[in-house]
Structure formats: C-alpha cells, structure tokens
Design a protein around this ligand. Structure first.
Ligand code: FAD
Length: 502
C-alpha cells in the first residue's frame, strides 16, 4: 500500500494551447475525487500555434467527459459539423472521393457489404460507394441529422465531428478549467530544475519558481520539458511523410455551411478548407524540398474564396514523435510529444487518448517505470497506425508529372502498411490492429477512392446472385434517401442552436 505522501499532489501543465487546456479540463474532472492541485503555466508573450480546427468524432467523447454540450461548444467557437473529409485531386486532377465518419451499406448473410459491392463492380455495375453511406449523403447535401442512439437503429451507422475556432476552443476550456479549480500562472519559463525523478521545478522570467510532482509538457513543438530538459530524442518520419511546412490564412467564406473538411492536392502537398460560422480556415501543407514558401503562399491565396482576414501564419514541422512520450515524471502531450501532419485531423484526438491513457495508468510520485513503459508502447503504436493511414493517401496517389507525387508512389512502405495492402489486394480483407484510430470503413473509403481494388473478388460473395444483390442495393439507397429526407439543413441546425447556447 502506498502512503498518502507517495501520491501525486501537484500536477503542473506547461503550456496553454489546445493541448494544455484540454489536459487541464480533463484531469480536473477525472481526478476531482483526489487531493491533486492542477496548475497551468503558459506565456501570453509566446502565444499558441493558432491552428487545429478540425476533429474526428472522438471529440464528442471528450466533450461528454468534461461535461460540455455540443451546441454550447458550436456556439462558443463558431463551430460547424463535420461528417468527414472530401479529398480533391489526390487520384489525379478532377478526381475526388469522400472519407466519411460512417459505415457503408449493410452486411447480408454474415458477409460484409464491401464484398458484394466489389463483386457487382467486377461484373460491370458502376455503383458509387458514397451512395451507400448516410454520412456521405448528409455531407454532400449540406444536411444535419444526429446519429440515433437506439441500439440496432439503421440511423446509428454514422457519426460526426466538429470544426471549431481553435483559439475560442482553448478559451472555452480555460474558463471551464478555472471554474473547476485549476490554477493559472502567466509567465515565461526560462529554466528547468532537474531532480532524481525528472523535473523538480520550473523558473519563470520574473523570478518565480513552480514545483510539481507530475509534469504534463504541452509546450508545443519546442517540447521544453520532454525534449529539452529530459533530452528525449525525436523520431523523424519525414521519409514517409515529407511535408514539413504549412501556411494558414483565414478568410471570409461563402461555403461556411459545408459539413465537411476539404483536402485538395496540389503539386507538392495539399490545401485544407475548414468552414466555420464566422470564417473559413484555409491552409497549405507542403514539402519544402519541392515547393518554395513564396509559391506555396501564392497557391493558397489564389484558392481563397473571400477576403483574407489575417496575415499568414507560417509554420514549420517535422513529422514524427519523441522516442518516449513519458520519461521520468514528464509526459509530453500534444505537439510536445509528436506531430503527424494534419491530413486526417488527428492531433486533437491524440491529445485525448494520451489523457485517457494517463488516467488509466496514473502513477504515484515515484512514476513507476513500468507504467511509463506501457504508456510509451501504446502511444507509439497509436502514432504508427495513424502514420500508415496517412501514408496510404500519398502512396496511392494518381497524379502524374509532378516529382513530389512520383516520389511518394515510390516510397518504401512500413511492413505493417504493406501487409494491410496485401491483405486487401488478396481478397478485400481488412487487417485490424490494437490502437487503430481508423477502422474498416475508413480504409475502404481510401482503397475505393483511389481505385485500389483487390486482385480477385471473394468467392464468399457468390452466395447471392447479382440480380438479388442489385435489389438489395436499391433498398439500401432508398433507406438512405428516407433518412436524408428527415434531416434538416446544416445552416438551420446551427441557427437553431445559437440562441439556446447564448
Ligand atoms: P501550442 O498551441 O503551440 O501551445 C504551446 C503552449 O506552450 C503555449 O501556450 C505557449 O505559450 C506555451 N509555452 C511554450 N514555451 C513556453 C515557455 N517558455 N514558457 C511558458 N509557456 C510556454 N490538429 C487537429 O486535431 N486538427 C487539425 O485540423 C490540425 N491542423 C493543424 C495544422 C497545422 C499546420 C499544424 C502545424 C497543426 C495542426 N493540428 C491540428 C495540430 C494542433 O494545432 C495541435 O495539436 C494543437 O493546437 C495543440 O497544440 P499544443 O497545445 O500542443 O501547442
């Protein structure tokens, strides 16, 4: 049994960006039964990264955990609904597909829908996959329908995420955290005192010193505690994900009620379009080896749908992660732990899973290395799984005559990804692994989106005749039509919820 003096009593979160305030809000709730003081130290002088506006559906679990209502978050952050991502130009100019947050079709006789779809396709029936996915249909028609919570309901087969203004989201979490007893210190950290457990205290520019038992490093790319003080090296993944710069420019919008993110390929990377209620978030992600900063900015400006609302925010990054996310008594969360480029909006969900993992493995003051080892193993696996999913977007590209994209098609794949693609090609099989963020339908949307089809159709799909399958497929389309018919315009949904939240 541990003595109470061995328990963690002081958690210090270094950094007040999205990761810092998510950590504060979450830990304040989850540890509310423990006598733990939580302090956030950040520097208004340094500021935050100012991007990170698209999420995945897991954000809804986070909001529920910190007891924030979705309509309130949408109102406070001028947010919108996101049913997935529209990819433009990845398979070649003029080619597009949708990665939805939802299932495709329904299985029949225990056989997965996609096996029948592949069979019909092979026999000459061009059936767009998106016609069998309610999330895709809602997105393309600009509608909103909440997924049903009734078990077994046909309308529960999809989910949604949110887009939000990153600065407003951090402010909202900050207000919530402070209301729940979190302390806040505005000060620039200029020195870190090490002790036998890792970090003992941080010193601020104004001479103050702050002590802690457990440190959550949310200091952004600088990784002040984990990278600098604890000297944990960085694992560089640029050979797989070579985009290393981004420029973000918000603008006035005309397409602010699209309930989806758009990711449009350009000659050396891609651009994002994130619709918010008060503006559009735009950015260009590119490989500096293939595109100059000037050319990138010109490309981005040419694509803005309205007047630019701020100066460009120029960012540099290296995809990868710290070799250990938890070292001594320091846990790196957010950009301080690692960064996978924003193609599938996965950084915020990684913050969330890091916090869930930390609570599950919550240590005493000695920070048992066995807990840290388990934490690190799980975190690395989760990062690797997402890396492979992102890499598939690049490797499967169908763009021609552009050195960046030619090089991406020739990249040597990590074994785990090569195995997944082989299984798919051999018979439309999905490989499922521990700590996968993206499930079968996400992989299907990409394989189909890139026309990467299995070498053969599976004999198990032969149990239904093509004629019967076509009738079943037509019924599925009818069911989706009926469901979409019950949805309301996304714009109306947002307008309806504003006054209530206000
Ligand atoms: P930051 O926002 O950089 O915060 C760092 C904090 O540390 C600040 O408060 C700063 O003041 C403080 N700090 C630093 N040094 C000191 C010091 N010496 N003393 C005191 N305080 C200090 N994620 C998504 O989920 N979806 C997206 O769509 C998405 N898009 C992105 C696009 C780009 C181009 C990039 C680069 C990232 C994107 N991300 C996205 C990632 C997302 O922006 C971050 O994960 C998220 O904002 C969290 O950042 P952070 O809090 O770790 O770091």
């Amino acid at each position: 049994m541990q003595a109470s003096s061995d328990r963690i009593q002081r958690i210090v979160i270094v950094g007040g960006g999205t990761a810092g305030w998510m950590s504060a809000a979450y830990l304040a709730r989850r540890l509310s039964h423990l006598p733990v003081a939580i302090t956030v130290v950040d520097s208004a002088q340094i500021g935050t990264i100012g991007v990170g506006e698209a999420t995945v559906p897991a954000i809804r679990d986070f909001l529920a955990a910190v007891e924030l209502g979705e309509p309130d978050v949408l109102a406070a952050t001028d947010g919108t609904i996101k049913y997935g991502i529209r990819f433009e130009g990845w398979g070649g100019e003029g080619h597009g597909f949708f990665h939805p947050f939802g299932l495709y079709g329904v299985p029949a006789g225990g056989i997965a829908f996609h096996q029948y779809w592949l069979k019909l396709r092979a026999s000459g029936h061009e059936l767009p996959l998106g016609d069998y996915c309610l999330a895709t249909q809602l997105a393309e028609r600009g509608l909103f329908l909440p997924p049903s919570t009734q078990p077994g309901s046909d309308l529960g087969v999809f989910n949604f995420a949110l887009h939000f203004d990153a600065t407003r989201f951090a402010h909202l979490l900050r207000r919530l955290s402070l209301a729940n007893g979190v302390a806040h210190v505005d000060g620039r950290i200029v020195d870190v005192d090490r002790d036998s457990r890792g970090v003992g205290a941080v010193r601020l520019a104004d001479g103050r010193s702050i002590e802690g038992d457990l440190w959550i490093d949310c200091s952004g790319f600088r990784s002040l505690l984990l990278g600098e003080a604890m000297a944990v090296p960085y694992v560089d993944w640029r050979r797989w994900l070579p985009c290393d710069r981004a420029i973000a420019i918000p603008c006035r919008g005309t397409h602010v009620h699209r309930p989806f993110t758009t990711a449009t390929a350009h000659r050396a990377g891609w651009r994002w379009h994130i619709p918010l209620q008060h503006r559009v978030g735009n950015g260009i992600v590119y490989a500096s080896e293939h595109l100059s900063d000037e050319a990138a900015e010109t490309t981005l400006r040419a694509a803005l749908e309205g007047e630019a609302l701020a100066e460009p925010n120029r960012l540099r990054f290296t995809t990868g992660h710290r070799a250990r996310f938890w070292a001594g008594n320091v846990v790196g969360v957010g950009l301080a732990g690692g960064f996978l480029e924003p193609l599938e909006s996965t950084s915020i969900v990684l913050v969330q899973s890091a916090l869930e993992r930390l609570v599950a493995l919550f240590p005493d003051r000695d920070c048992d290395p066995r807990l840290a080892a388990a934490y690190n193993r799980q975190s690395v696996l989760e990062f690797e799984r997402i890396r492979d999913f992102l890499l598939l977007h690049y490797w499967a590209n169908g763009r021609t005559g552009e050195p960046f994209w030619e090089a991406m098609r020739a990249v040597e794949l990590p074994d785990a990804l090569a195995e997944r693609i082989d299984a798919w090609r051999a018979g439309g099989l999905f490989v499922r692994r521990e700590w996968d963020t993206f499930q079968d339908p996400s992989w299907l949307s990409l394989y189909a989106g890139f026309d990467l089809l299995p070498d053969r159709t599976s004999p198990i799909a032969d149990q239904m005749e093509a004629r019967d399958l076509l009738i079943a497929f037509s019924r599925m389309r009818d069911a989706i039509e009926r469901a979409a018919g019950a949805a309301e315009p996304h714009a109306a949904f947002l307008a309806r919820h504003r006054p209530r939240a206000a």
